[in-house]
Design a protein around this ligand. Sequence first.
Ligand code: NAD
Length: 328
Amino acid sequence: MSVLITGGAGYIGAHVVRLLRDRGDDVVVVDDLSGGDATRLGDTPLVEFDLVAVDAVDRLREVVERHAVTSIIHFAARKQVGESVAHPEWYFRDNIGSLANVVEASAAAGVTRLVYSSSAAVYGLPGGAAVTEDDATVPINPYGESKLVGEWLVRDAANAHGLRSVSLRYFNVAGAGWNDLGDPNVQNLVTIAIDRTARGLAPVVFGDSFDTPDGTGVRDYVHVMDLAEAHLAALDALATAEGPADAVVYNVGTGRGASVREVLAGLAAASGTDLEPIIDPPRPGDPPSVVADASRIAAELGWRSTRTLDDMVDSAWRAHEWRARTSA
Ligand SMILES: NC(=O)c1ccc[n+]([C@@H]2O[C@H](COP(=O)([O-])OP(=O)(O)OC[C@H]3O[C@@H](n4cnc5c(N)ncnc54)[C@H](O)[C@@H]3O)[C@@H](O)[C@H]2O)c1
């Protein structure tokens, strides 16, 4: 019995692989290494292919049979919002196509448990209150659209194929559980601010007159280790689920907002470099505050975040410094 993890050589997937291996689960990873790094996997078996290739369903079936796979966590996806606006066809083909192949192979091979990486991007621009899973899903870019269509696909596969799925809508993920698993992509506030700080450049704040306590944007930052643990909770719930197949959706956030200035203060403390930020105008469409209501996953799976914003920023900074030292 093993867990198949697509995209397991990526940032979040590699954390889940390591946690599962540490508790003694058998794991096999499928990844084309387009954005991943095989060195994160240690001796975990890796089968390298593109999940949207014409023979992907057959190759997935082979992996399922050879490794006696009983559940799948599907991380593999493109994830850059700007790129998705420039190339929506890549996001619809790759993000939905890869999931469709995973669903088809699961149905053919009799795998009925799937954890799917969704995103808070499915909500688009939510209003001020904490966002619940029942709020409207109105994504504002092709990335968010592709994630939402993925949720619909796994829901439809419950009726069609008896698939049981948990879609996890991640809020803002950052941090590192181990130095070698830090996020090398410079794409979000934490990684961009770390990259600039390390180069002696002042961080940039987009807007400081929002209707928030300190005027800067507020988001829900979840430590990647907390997020990884949410996947284990989802997997364990699927393993013991009874009754008809279904598709459930959970927010994965802390339920607490942190402002840009709070994140930057954490980074100044972690790095020992306190640079006065540059204030730029707000970016079009940036909402003042987006915070998860994470009560459903707490009530139903018993998962809640345990790490602080400082734990998260500090671990991200340490992983960055470790990478700079070891790649020098
Ligand atoms: N990082 C975040 O802040 C965040 C937030 C919300 C949702 N997500 C979702 O979480 C998942 C994992 O994100 P991540 O940050 O670890 O990304 P990542 O880019 O680090 O990892 C993705 C992995 O999938 C692999 N992959 C991509 N396309 C593939 C394909 N066609 N075939 C085989 N392998 C393929 C890549 O090589 C990479 O190893 C994604 O689905 C992403 O949309 C991430």
